[in-house]
Design a protein around this ligand. Structure first.
Ligand code: HEM
Ligand code: HEM
Length: 215
């Protein structure tokens, strides 16, 4: 299957008000990684300084870089398809949900980049990789003065913490709104991210070719 037919297949789900299994897979895999990463980051911040903490941050950094790699693939994928339309785009709900979703996409890059800046100013030469597989370099900050490295560390730590907080607060808002849609509005918003049923629209790949012949 080439990219064009893959997109057409995914659009079949979108026309039924659903995310495709690719969108659903990206969503829940990345949501799980973000939950873990936020919890583990707070745990590491609380650990006393020492070898375990640095090793822990190495794992933290590698999972964060994996989130950035997955986020790039997901962003590309999302830019190719229209997505399901279950909420009026110009309504308050539509704008608010888009704002939160866009923020999550920003955080998939801004957290790893600010983390990478911090990591590159830390002493020690533990290597980095994406998911423990693809080697990832440090920024060449060891050539900078100690003062400048310290300033960079402080700015990056401040940015990391702000983005962590905004994301931590945005997640219950996002998940809560999805549950509210399910319980109160009883619409397709939450099922769109859970339902993996195949497309059953006439003319869509994997469906009967026209309504009449399906009878
Ligand atoms: C989506 C990815 C990430 C999430 C959700 C995340 C989350 C967190 C959290 C919750 C903390 C503790 C609170 C804080 O001190 O800010 C933290 C700290 C930290 N993170 Fe991340 N992080 C991510 C990616 C990264 C990456 C890719 C790196 C390194 C390459 C990194 C390096 C660090 C460092 C060095 C700290 C310690 C900051 C300090 O002690 O001031 N993070 N992160
Ligand atoms: C239990 C927790 C969660 C629930 C119930 C949930 C539910 C949903 C639902 C129903 C949608 C579709 C909304 C629509 O199309 O209007 C959605 C989209 C989205 N969610 Fe979540 N979500 C959860 C956690 C997360 C987390 C932790 C993140 C990342 C930090 C996240 C990021 C996104 C993004 C970026 C989209 C937009 C999808 C796209 O078009 O690419 N979600 N979520």
């Amino acid at each position: 299957m080439n990219l064009v037919s893959l997109i057409e297949w995914a659009e079949g789900y979108n026309r039924r008000g659903l995310y495709s299994p690719i969108g659903v897979g990206f969503h829940w895999l990345m949501a799980a990684l973000m939950f873990f990463q936020l919890g583990y980051g707070w745990y590491l911040a609380w650990l006393p300084a020492g070898g375990d903490k640095l090793l822990g941050y190495q794992t933290h950094a590698e999972i964060g870089l994996t989130i950035m790699a997955l986020g790039s693939l997901r962003f590309f994928w999302r830019s190719q398809i229209s997505g399901p339309k279950n909420v009026e785009e110009d309504s308050f709900q539509g704008r608010a949900s888009r704002l939160l979703q866009n923020w999550f996409y920003v955080s998939f890059f801004a957290l790893p980049i600010s983390g990478w800046v911090m990591w590159s100013t830390l002493p020690g030469d533990l290597p980095l990789s994406i998911a423990g597989i693809v080697p990832f370099p440090n920024l060449p900050f060891d050539q900078l003065s100690e003062g400048l490295q310290h300033t960079l560390m402080q700015w990056a730590a401040k940015a990391h913490l702000w983005i962590v907080w905004i994301t931590t607060l945005a997640i219950p808002g996002h998940a809560g709104a999805a549950v509210l849609h399910y319980l109160v509005m009883k619409d397709k918003v939450l099922p769109s991210m859970l339902d993996l049923n195949g497309p059953e629209m006439p003319g869509v790949l994997g469906s009967s070719t026209d309504e009449g012949s399906a009878a």
